[in-house]
Design a protein around this ligand. Structure first.
Ligand code: SF4
Length: 216
């Protein structure tokens, strides 16, 4: 093979680096495997790929604004693969049976203030890691800002179903009132405050939504 041709292949090779679309995805969804599963008509497999890295697939599969498509290599020869639309098509199909693996229970109790996307994602991650999690929200229903999406985009039943999944992982929901942050700090080892949840108590919004520990 000519050196110039070899250099061309070397330039294209990404070796062990993730594909650009995967790197651009905040959740690092394996978009290539997902699209291949969809192309093969294997919706169960496509669900499986999403679940590997997507904490709330019913919600995120419907509302993600698909930054991955901006990095899709297919743009160089036409248009990007509509990964967001394919994910939406996937999660509107019945989900195959699935068992969530949860790490052994820990003693460290965590409070989450706000039940919007950030709050539910934090609750999901923490519960899977074995932490007892309690989610507080001033709203009467789980979802916070998620409930402002049109029903056609994100049905409330989907949000409720994801909340039910979290409940099955041991997450508790306290709705209608959020205790003062000072009080939460005395009862919980850590408090996660949703940054963008307008329905979360404003005084509790901490920098970058980071975990606020009792000694902060
Ligand atoms: S649509 Fe969103 S979640 Fe899905 S691969 Fe693209 S960026 Fe990731």
């Amino acid at each position: 093979m000519e050196q110039s041709r070899l250099r061309e292949f070397e330039y294209r090779c990404i070796q062990e680096e993730p594909a650009e679309c995967v790197a651009a995805c905040p959740l690092h969804v394996d978009a290539r495997s997902f699209v291949m599963a969809v192309a093969a008509g294997d919706w169960d497999e496509s669900w499986k790929v999403l679940r590997k890295t997507m904490p709330l697939p019913g919600i995120l599969g419907r509302i993600c604004d698909h930054p991955c498509e901006l990095r899709c290599k297919r743009r160089e020869c036409g248009d990007a693969i509509r990964i967001g639309a394919l994910e939406r098509a996937c999660v509107t199909r019945p989900a195959p049976a699935h068992r969530v693996l949860v790490l052994p229970r820990r003693d460290t109790k965590v409070a989450v203030v706000g039940s919007g996307l950030a709050g539910l994602t934090a609750a999901s991650d923490l519960a899977r890691k074995g932490y007892p999690v309690t989610v507080f929200d001033v709203g009467e229903n789980v979802g916070g800002p998620l409930l402002r999406f049109p029903q056609a985009v994100l049905p409330r039943e989907v949000v409720a179903a994801e909340a039910a999944t979290l409940t099955s992982l041991g997450v508790e929901f306290h709705l209608g009132e959020v205790p003062r942050l000072e009080d939460l700090r005395t009862q919980f080892a850590a408090v996660f405050v949703e940054r963008d949840g307008e329905q979360a108590q404003p005084a509790a919004v901490g920098p970058d939504g980071r975990l606020l520990l009792p000694h902060d």
